[in-house]
Design a protein around this ligand. Structure first.
Ligand code: C2E
Ligand code: CA
Ligand code: CA
Length: 388
């Protein structure tokens, strides 16, 4: 196997760098442990030791970054993350030392492809916080402590709310409403996004059912993250939820980012084909921030592009011509591919006017409303009835 060949080759390279009194062992599929003997023992790890260790780690990284040439003739490149902990300064036993080195590697992995990280109290605190947060999230899923806030999308032609985006909030036991940026990444890493995402789908269908009962025929979009899309049961779950709630599938929209589309191309292609057969529509979120390849736009079945708020933000008073350039390009791409275009993050009248002038008529942003709980959203719908 290609992997085995690379690992064998890598072992040789690492071995050739380690010193005679160092010890090296392969401890996992792609993990090595090295015990490095330092010149002297201190109660505190000295900067001299640290420099020696960093120098060694850099040598390991440089050796692993050189290309591997396989017997098949293929060329292959990898990265290496190094985590370091010191004995006896950091740990009292071999087990502890391994655990802390592992924590350091975990933290290094979050940085760049090849990096080095030392174990420190900060790392332990962060990891404890993470474990606490994971427990709290698990609990919140069990006890359904989440709420979907709704943010209106308006059609500038009629000034009415035509759609809404469902955005998850966590009603934390400490009384705070936690925003998704603080817990979605952890949910994604731990797999908790699967049950959480299922709750979002069911809740969105239930909201659509309630709106329909009030005679409100607006669309609702939900966000899907990478791990959810990889879940083979996702399509069946969406289909069942729509059927159970007896809602019109055309009123449900899925928002996926470019990254999700590209990384899971085959699975996404299947998913989108199936959902669109039901009538559910698909929107590309944060468009323009992910990939430069536009080929997928022609291949994948999608309905809408959402211009990312970072581009809308650039539209400011006295801005130069280039500031609207990306928005105009996205609008042109959408038009030529016969896709609808939506702008998010609209905060000022100037931005709204620019978008309207350039035929981007569906808008979402604080200028119109922040995401609000269901009851407040219903008040917004009522208010617009009274003004139109
Ligand atoms: P997103 O999908 O890009 O959602 C838009 C974000 O922009 C929301 O942040 C919204 O509150 C914010 N926003 C809307 N209008 C404006 C504006 O005019 N100015 C500014 N500065 N921001 C505006 P929020 O609700 O904090 O959500 C953050 C992200 O969390 C979302 O980004 C989405 O990626 C993720 N997310 C939210 N709900 C879910 C969910 O149910 N499932 C998954 N997988 N991800 C979710
Ligand atoms: Ca979104
Ligand atoms: Ca977005």
């Amino acid at each position: 196997m290609v992997g085995d060949e690379v690992i064998k080759d890598l072992s040789k390279r690492l071995n050739s760098i380690t010193h005679a009194d160092d010890m090296i062992a392969k401890i996992g599929g792609t993990e090595f442990a090295i015990i490095m003997g330092l010149n002297h023992l201190h109660t505190q790890i000295s900067s001299q030791d640290q420099t020696q260790c960093v120098k060694f780690a850099k040598e390991l990284i440089s050796a692993s970054c050189l290309p591997f040439y396989l017997s098949s003739g293929q060329k292959c490149e990898i990265g290496l993350n190094v985590g370091a902990a010191a004995f006896p300064q950091d740990a009292n036993s071999a087990e502890e030392l391994m655990k802390y080195a592992d924590l350091a590697v975990y933290s290094a992995k979050k940085k760049t492809k090849s990096s080095i990280e030392f174990y420190s109290k900060k790392l332990v605190d962060a990891s404890l916080k993470r474990i606490e947060m994971e427990d709290a999230l698990r609990n919140a899923i069990e006890k359904q402590k989440f709420e979907l806030y709704l943010q209106p999308m308006l059609d500038l032609d009629c000034g009415k709310i035509v759609k809404a985006e469902a955005l998850i909030r966590w009603n934390h036991p400490n009384g705070h409403v936690v925003s998704p940026d603080e817990f979605i990444p952890l949910a994604e890493q731990t797999g908790l996004i699967i049950p959480m995402g299922k709750w979002v789908i069911k809740e969105a269908c239930s909201i659509l059912q309630q709106l329909s009962a009030k005679g409100e025929e607006i669309k609702l979009s939900i966000n899907l993250s990478p791990r959810q899309v990889s879940d083979r049961q996702l399509f069946e779950f969406i289909k069942n939820s729509v059927e159970k709630a007896q809602i019109d599938p055309q009123r449900l929209e899925l928002e996926l980012t470019e990254g999700v589309l590209i990384d899971n191309y085959d699975k996404v292609n299947y998913l989108l084909d199936e959902v669109r057969k039901l009538g559910i529509t698909v929107s590309i979120d944060d468009f323009g921030t992910g990939y430069s390849s536009l080929a997928y736009l022609q291949k994948l079945p999608i309905d809408r592009l959402k211009i990312d708020k970072s581009f809308v933000k650039e539209l400011i008073e006295n801005s130069n011509d280039s500031h609207g350039a990306i928005i105009l390009a996205v609008i042109a791409i959408a038009r030529s591919l016969r896709l609808e275009v939506i702008a998010e993050g609209v905060e000022t009248t100037l931005q709204k006017d620019f978008l309207k002038l350039n035929n981007c008529n569906i808008v979402q942003g604080y200028l119109f409303s922040r995401p609000v709980p269901y009851d407040d959203f219903c008040i917004l719908l009522e208010e617009q009835k009274n003004t139109h």
